[in-house]
Design a binder for this molecule. Structure first.
Ligand SMILES: [Zn+2]
Ligand SMILES: [Zn+2]
Length: 374
């Protein structure tokens, strides 16, 4: 590598000082989830809970607040980003069409009606990356299920993984990708270890390797926790709702909602906190995007768009593995099974690998954060 020129060092120092001066982080770490509860009344609902009121709504009627549901569908690609974006509260054709496509993608009965099952799926916490990019659905249920639009798709062995339009990927020949954490977040080694474990799951099945570097600006993948509007047009929304998002190759940005109750270690399924979100599960999913995978319509896949709170899903499914190996080839040492080769990472051990004790939760909460450096 060439020696940096003086002017490059000055620019780097300026950018670093600018970022540190403008990032205000208040991170609280709680050794036990129960000690967290008295101080904060847990919000049982998520950002989209009001949508539950639309049960039974159908085409042709007006319903207060339906414009917000249209914004939801637009955000995830089901209604085109064409002007005008001032949505009405009328249940119109565009909304019905969006609901039908959504129902296909999520293996629901395709009715075009906001039935219970559809709304239960809609309000689940999810990834902020759209399911439909540039008008093309990235979820394969929407492509291969035309013959039976009104019935649930039968189980079959067709791949459901997807890639982004144009199939962006890290360049052929890439062996190692570096990643770094937003210095303003001041993350502990325990938290960083969760990300390392998530990267290792993808490294296990491909020839890619991942290495942490301290150079945030120079890293291929830049990881940070941000709150609300953080400058990329994809604002976070507080507890639940959108949990995180990441950009397709070779952008490298990986953002997590600082306002989630992230569980860093411990058995998230036993959390008393209804809003607890498993950090490693979300990290494994977002890394899939960073490497070029879109969403999968297979519910067992890590690349399925939604994940319930208090749920852990970190083991790559065959669908995820087939997808990533389609992009990068296989790891010569991969023996064909992650579930048996890495049992210590499954939920059965409660995450003891990254925590001091399986029964101790570590919650990471950022109450306030400004972000200027993308
Ligand atoms: Zn996603
Ligand atoms: Zn972002």
């Amino acid at each position: 590598m060439n020696k940096p020129q003086p002017h490059q060092l000055i620019i780097f120092a300026f950018l670093l000082s600018f970022s540190l001066a403008n990032v205000v982080v208040s991170a609280r770490l709680f050794p036990n989830v129960s000690s967290w509860l008295p101080a904060h009344a847990p919000s049982l609902g998520g950002a989209w809970d009001a949508f539950r009121n639309f049960t039974g709504c159908h085409r042709g009627d007006n319903y207060d607040g339906l414009a917000n549901l249209k914004s939801y569908f637009q955000r995830f690609g089901y209604i085109p980003h064409a002007p005008p974006s001032n949505f009405s509260d009328e249940f119109d054709d565009a909304l019905e069409s969006a609901i039908k496509t959504y129902q296909k993608n999520f293996n629901l009965n395709v009715t075009g009606v906001l039935d219970d099952a559809t709304l239960r799926q809609i309000v689940l916490p999810r990834c902020g990356v759209a399911d439909i990019v540039n008008g093309t659905t990235t979820m394969n249920a929407g492509k291969g299920n035309e013959t039976a639009p009104f019935s649930k798709p039968r189980f079959h062995s067709v791949a459901h993984y997807s890639v982004f339009p144009g199939m962006p990927r890290w360049p052929v020949g890439t062996q190692e990708l570096t990643y770094a954490f937003n210095p303003g977040n001041g993350l502990s080694d325990t938290v960083k270890g969760v990300f390392a474990a998530a990267f290792a799951r993808w490294a296990e099945v491909t020839s890619l390797t991942f290495r942490e570097t301290s150079s945030y600006l120079g890293a291929d993948i830049r990881i940070g926790f941000f709150s609300g509007d953080h400058g990329d047009g994809e604002p976070f929304d507080g507890s639940l709702g959108t949990l995180a998002h990441a950009f397709s190759p070779t952008n490298g940005r990986f953002h997590l909602d600082a306002d989630e109750d992230w569980v860093v270690s411990g058995d998230v399924t036993r959390s008393a906190l209804s809003t607890a979100v498993d950090l490693e599960s979300v990290a494994v999913h977002e890394i899939g995007h960073l490497l070029g995978l879109g969403h999968s319509s297979m519910e067992e896949a890590v690349m399925f768009p939604t994940i319930s709170s208090r749920k852990k899903k970190v083991v790559l499914s065959q669908d995820d593995i087939t997808g990533i190996q389609y992009l990068y080839g296989s790891n010569p040492n991969y023996n064909g099974s992650t579930a048996t080769s890495a049992p210590e990472r499954d939920s059965s051990d409660g995450g003891s690998r990254v925590g001091p004790s399986w029964s101790v939760f570590t919650l990471l909460t950022f109450s306030y954060l400004y972000f200027t450096l993308l």
